[in-house]
Design a protein around this ligand. Structure first.
Ligand SMILES: [Fe+2]
Ligand SMILES: [Fe+2]
Length: 280
Protein backbone atom coordinates (compact mmCIF):
# COMPACT_ATOMS: atom_id res chain seq x y z
CA UNK A 1 0.00 0.00 0.00
CA UNK A 2 1.17 3.49 -0.79
CA UNK A 3 2.65 5.06 2.31
CA UNK A 4 3.80 8.65 2.64
CA UNK A 5 6.17 9.20 5.54
CA UNK A 6 6.25 12.79 6.74
CA UNK A 7 8.41 14.05 9.59
CA UNK A 8 7.15 17.21 11.26
CA UNK A 9 9.73 19.25 13.12
CA UNK A 10 8.77 22.48 14.87
CA UNK A 11 10.29 25.17 17.03
CA UNK A 12 13.91 24.61 16.05
CA UNK A 13 14.90 28.03 17.46
CA UNK A 14 18.27 28.18 15.73
CA UNK A 15 20.71 31.09 15.88
CA UNK A 16 23.97 32.07 14.25
CA UNK A 17 25.25 33.71 17.44
CA UNK A 18 23.88 31.41 20.16
CA UNK A 19 24.53 27.71 20.19
CA UNK A 20 21.68 26.90 22.58
CA UNK A 21 19.82 24.30 20.50
CA UNK A 22 22.02 23.25 17.60
CA UNK A 23 23.17 20.14 19.53
CA UNK A 24 19.60 18.87 19.34
CA UNK A 25 19.17 19.91 15.71
CA UNK A 26 22.29 17.96 14.68
CA UNK A 27 20.80 14.84 16.30
CA UNK A 28 17.45 15.37 14.59
CA UNK A 29 19.20 15.90 11.24
CA UNK A 30 21.22 12.70 11.70
CA UNK A 31 18.02 10.78 12.52
CA UNK A 32 16.32 12.17 9.40
CA UNK A 33 19.32 11.28 7.24
CA UNK A 34 19.20 7.72 8.55
CA UNK A 35 15.44 7.29 8.14
CA UNK A 36 15.15 9.06 4.74
CA UNK A 37 11.45 10.02 4.97
CA UNK A 38 9.49 11.32 1.98
CA UNK A 39 9.19 14.85 3.37
CA UNK A 40 10.15 17.05 6.31
CA UNK A 41 7.61 19.74 7.31
CA UNK A 42 9.26 22.53 9.30
CA UNK A 43 6.30 23.99 11.18
CA UNK A 44 7.55 27.38 12.36
CA UNK A 45 9.92 29.06 14.80
CA UNK A 46 13.05 28.20 12.87
CA UNK A 47 14.70 31.31 14.32
CA UNK A 48 15.79 31.64 17.96
CA UNK A 49 13.85 34.74 18.98
CA UNK A 50 14.04 37.91 16.90
CA UNK A 51 12.16 37.79 13.58
CA UNK A 52 14.42 40.57 12.28
CA UNK A 53 17.68 38.69 12.97
CA UNK A 54 18.72 38.22 9.36
CA UNK A 55 21.78 36.17 10.35
CA UNK A 56 19.59 33.70 12.26
CA UNK A 57 17.37 33.15 9.22
CA UNK A 58 20.47 32.51 7.11
CA UNK A 59 21.86 30.14 9.75
CA UNK A 60 18.62 28.14 9.99
CA UNK A 61 18.40 27.99 6.20
CA UNK A 62 21.96 26.66 6.04
CA UNK A 63 21.20 23.95 8.59
CA UNK A 64 18.06 22.88 6.73
CA UNK A 65 19.75 22.91 3.34
CA UNK A 66 21.98 20.13 4.61
CA UNK A 67 19.00 17.76 4.87
CA UNK A 68 19.07 15.46 1.85
CA UNK A 69 15.26 15.06 1.78
CA UNK A 70 12.47 17.29 0.43
CA UNK A 71 11.33 20.03 2.80
CA UNK A 72 8.30 22.30 3.26
CA UNK A 73 8.33 25.40 5.46
CA UNK A 74 5.77 27.36 7.49
CA UNK A 75 6.57 30.45 9.55
CA UNK A 76 6.08 30.92 13.30
CA UNK A 77 5.87 34.02 15.46
CA UNK A 78 9.64 34.13 15.87
CA UNK A 79 10.14 34.01 12.08
CA UNK A 80 7.69 36.65 10.81
CA UNK A 81 6.35 38.34 13.98
CA UNK A 82 3.38 37.68 16.21
CA UNK A 83 -0.31 37.97 15.30
CA UNK A 84 -1.45 41.59 15.16
CA UNK A 85 -4.69 41.23 17.15
CA UNK A 86 -3.76 38.51 19.65
CA UNK A 87 0.00 38.24 19.73
CA UNK A 88 2.34 39.00 22.61
CA UNK A 89 5.72 39.77 21.09
CA UNK A 90 6.47 43.44 20.38
CA UNK A 91 7.22 42.58 16.76
CA UNK A 92 4.11 41.71 14.74
CA UNK A 93 3.70 40.18 11.31
CA UNK A 94 3.99 42.53 8.33
CA UNK A 95 4.82 42.35 4.62
CA UNK A 96 8.50 43.09 5.18
CA UNK A 97 8.96 40.26 7.68
CA UNK A 98 7.02 37.85 5.49
CA UNK A 99 9.18 38.87 2.53
CA UNK A 100 12.30 38.02 4.55
CA UNK A 101 10.93 34.56 5.34
CA UNK A 102 10.05 34.00 1.69
CA UNK A 103 13.55 35.11 0.67
CA UNK A 104 15.13 32.51 2.93
CA UNK A 105 12.66 29.64 2.85
CA UNK A 106 10.76 30.18 -0.39
CA UNK A 107 7.18 29.71 0.85
CA UNK A 108 4.78 30.51 3.68
CA UNK A 109 1.97 28.16 2.63
CA UNK A 110 1.61 25.16 0.36
CA UNK A 111 -0.70 22.37 -0.79
CA UNK A 112 0.03 19.00 -2.38
CA UNK A 113 -1.34 15.45 -2.63
CA UNK A 114 0.24 12.16 -1.57
CA UNK A 115 -0.98 8.68 -0.62
CA UNK A 116 -4.61 9.63 -1.25
CA UNK A 117 -4.39 12.62 1.11
CA UNK A 118 -4.46 16.36 0.57
CA UNK A 119 -1.82 18.25 2.57
CA UNK A 120 -2.33 21.96 3.25
CA UNK A 121 0.07 24.21 5.17
CA UNK A 122 -0.90 27.75 6.17
CA UNK A 123 0.74 30.72 7.86
CA UNK A 124 -0.86 30.96 11.32
CA UNK A 125 0.72 34.35 11.89
CA UNK A 126 -1.63 35.98 9.38
CA UNK A 127 -4.75 35.12 11.41
CA UNK A 128 -6.11 38.16 13.22
CA UNK A 129 -3.99 40.54 11.14
CA UNK A 130 -6.34 43.49 11.55
CA UNK A 131 -7.11 43.70 7.86
CA UNK A 132 -3.82 42.97 6.08
CA UNK A 133 -4.30 42.15 2.41
CA UNK A 134 -2.11 39.08 2.85
CA UNK A 135 -4.58 37.59 5.33
CA UNK A 136 -7.51 37.96 2.90
CA UNK A 137 -5.39 36.39 0.15
CA UNK A 138 -4.52 33.48 2.41
CA UNK A 139 -8.18 32.85 3.30
CA UNK A 140 -9.06 32.74 -0.42
CA UNK A 141 -6.15 30.41 -1.09
CA UNK A 142 -7.02 28.14 1.88
CA UNK A 143 -10.64 27.85 0.76
CA UNK A 144 -9.55 26.96 -2.78
CA UNK A 145 -6.98 24.43 -1.57
CA UNK A 146 -9.31 22.69 0.87
CA UNK A 147 -12.07 22.58 -1.73
CA UNK A 148 -9.68 20.99 -4.24
CA UNK A 149 -9.04 18.09 -1.85
CA UNK A 150 -12.62 17.76 -0.65
CA UNK A 151 -13.75 14.14 -0.65
CA UNK A 152 -10.41 12.73 0.44
CA UNK A 153 -8.74 12.97 3.85
CA UNK A 154 -6.90 16.24 4.44
CA UNK A 155 -4.06 17.05 6.84
CA UNK A 156 -3.68 20.71 7.82
CA UNK A 157 -0.42 22.11 9.15
CA UNK A 158 0.04 25.47 10.86
CA UNK A 159 2.31 26.84 13.61
CA UNK A 160 -0.16 27.80 16.34
CA UNK A 161 -2.76 25.43 17.79
CA UNK A 162 -6.38 26.32 17.02
CA UNK A 163 -7.43 26.40 20.70
CA UNK A 164 -6.28 25.41 24.18
CA UNK A 165 -9.32 23.75 25.76
CA UNK A 166 -12.21 23.88 23.29
CA UNK A 167 -13.15 25.64 20.04
CA UNK A 168 -15.78 27.60 21.97
CA UNK A 169 -13.13 29.20 24.23
CA UNK A 170 -13.30 32.99 24.44
CA UNK A 171 -10.09 34.83 23.62
CA UNK A 172 -8.11 34.88 26.85
CA UNK A 173 -7.47 38.16 28.65
CA UNK A 174 -4.06 36.89 29.78
CA UNK A 175 -1.63 37.77 26.98
CA UNK A 176 0.48 34.65 27.37
CA UNK A 177 -2.56 32.41 27.07
CA UNK A 178 -4.05 34.49 24.28
CA UNK A 179 -0.96 34.25 22.09
CA UNK A 180 -0.89 30.45 22.57
CA UNK A 181 -3.50 29.73 19.92
CA UNK A 182 -5.51 31.23 17.10
CA UNK A 183 -8.16 33.84 17.96
CA UNK A 184 -11.77 32.73 18.27
CA UNK A 185 -13.09 34.39 15.10
CA UNK A 186 -10.35 32.92 12.88
CA UNK A 187 -10.61 29.52 14.57
CA UNK A 188 -14.37 29.37 14.03
CA UNK A 189 -13.97 30.20 10.34
CA UNK A 190 -11.10 27.73 9.88
CA UNK A 191 -12.83 24.87 11.70
CA UNK A 192 -15.99 25.38 9.61
CA UNK A 193 -13.82 24.95 6.48
CA UNK A 194 -12.13 21.90 8.03
CA UNK A 195 -15.48 20.25 8.70
CA UNK A 196 -16.87 21.18 5.28
CA UNK A 197 -13.95 19.69 3.35
CA UNK A 198 -12.97 16.68 5.46
CA UNK A 199 -9.86 17.71 7.38
CA UNK A 200 -8.91 14.77 9.61
CA UNK A 201 -5.69 16.06 11.15
CA UNK A 202 -4.55 19.50 12.36
CA UNK A 203 -0.83 19.37 13.19
CA UNK A 204 0.76 22.30 14.99
CA UNK A 205 3.80 23.46 16.99
CA UNK A 206 4.42 26.62 19.05
CA UNK A 207 3.64 25.39 22.56
CA UNK A 208 6.77 23.22 22.94
CA UNK A 209 4.44 20.58 24.39
CA UNK A 210 3.13 17.29 23.03
CA UNK A 211 -0.56 16.59 22.86
CA UNK A 212 -2.83 14.40 20.70
CA UNK A 213 -6.60 14.29 20.97
CA UNK A 214 -9.63 14.17 18.70
CA UNK A 215 -12.77 16.26 18.59
CA UNK A 216 -15.63 16.09 16.08
CA UNK A 217 -13.67 13.75 13.81
CA UNK A 218 -10.49 15.85 13.70
CA UNK A 219 -7.24 14.83 15.37
CA UNK A 220 -5.38 17.77 16.87
CA UNK A 221 -1.70 17.00 17.34
CA UNK A 222 0.67 19.40 19.05
CA UNK A 223 4.24 18.60 18.10
CA UNK A 224 6.98 19.16 20.65
CA UNK A 225 9.90 21.49 19.95
CA UNK A 226 13.15 19.99 18.72
CA UNK A 227 14.94 22.71 20.73
CA UNK A 228 13.68 23.16 24.28
CA UNK A 229 10.79 23.27 26.73
CA UNK A 230 9.42 26.59 27.96
CA UNK A 231 8.14 27.79 31.30
CA UNK A 232 8.82 26.61 34.82
CA UNK A 233 7.80 23.02 35.55
CA UNK A 234 5.12 24.24 37.96
CA UNK A 235 3.37 26.49 35.45
CA UNK A 236 0.18 25.27 33.79
CA UNK A 237 0.92 23.06 30.80
CA UNK A 238 -1.70 21.61 28.46
CA UNK A 239 0.53 18.94 26.93
CA UNK A 240 3.58 16.88 27.85
CA UNK A 241 6.60 18.99 28.62
CA UNK A 242 9.16 17.29 26.38
CA UNK A 243 11.26 17.80 23.26
CA UNK A 244 11.07 15.78 20.06
CA UNK A 245 9.30 15.64 16.71
CA UNK A 246 6.54 13.65 14.95
CA UNK A 247 6.97 10.67 12.60
CA UNK A 248 3.77 10.51 10.51
CA UNK A 249 2.84 7.73 8.10
CA UNK A 250 -0.12 8.41 5.82
CA UNK A 251 -1.94 5.77 3.75
CA UNK A 252 -5.24 6.07 1.88
CA UNK A 253 -6.88 4.39 4.90
CA UNK A 254 -5.61 6.74 7.58
CA UNK A 255 -2.45 7.76 9.39
CA UNK A 256 -0.28 6.88 12.35
CA UNK A 257 1.96 9.15 14.40
CA UNK A 258 4.84 8.53 16.74
CA UNK A 259 6.59 11.05 18.95
CA UNK A 260 10.33 10.65 18.49
CA UNK A 261 13.38 12.13 20.18
CA UNK A 262 12.45 12.66 23.82
CA UNK A 263 14.83 9.80 24.64
CA UNK A 264 17.86 11.14 22.76
CA UNK A 265 17.52 14.94 22.71
CA UNK A 266 18.42 17.38 25.49
CA UNK A 267 15.32 18.82 27.09
CA UNK A 268 16.97 22.24 27.34
CA UNK A 269 15.09 24.16 29.99
CA UNK A 270 14.56 27.54 28.37
CA UNK A 271 13.46 29.23 31.60
CA UNK A 272 16.67 28.21 33.38
CA UNK A 273 18.78 29.78 30.63
CA UNK A 274 16.72 32.97 30.82
CA UNK A 275 17.07 33.12 34.61
CA UNK A 276 20.82 32.88 34.15
CA UNK A 277 20.88 35.61 31.56
CA UNK A 278 18.90 38.02 33.70
CA UNK A 279 21.04 37.35 36.79
CA UNK A 280 24.34 37.67 34.96
FE1 LIG B 1 8.65 28.14 19.63
FE1 LIG C 1 5.90 29.93 18.29
Amino acid sequence: MTEFRLIQVADLHLSAAHDYHSDNWRRVAAWIAREAPDLVVVNGDLVLEDPDAEADHAFARGMLEKLAVPRRFLPGNHDVGDNVLFGKMAKRVNDERRARFLRHFGEERWAFEAAGWGFVGINSQLFGSGGQQAEAEQWDWAEDSLRRYSGRPIALFTHKPLFLDHPSDADHDDLTLRQSCIDRASRTRLLALCREHGVQLVSTGHKHQTRAFSLDGIYHIWAPSTACVNGRPDTLHWGTREVGFIDYRFTPDGFTHRVVGADFLFRHENYVRKLGASAG
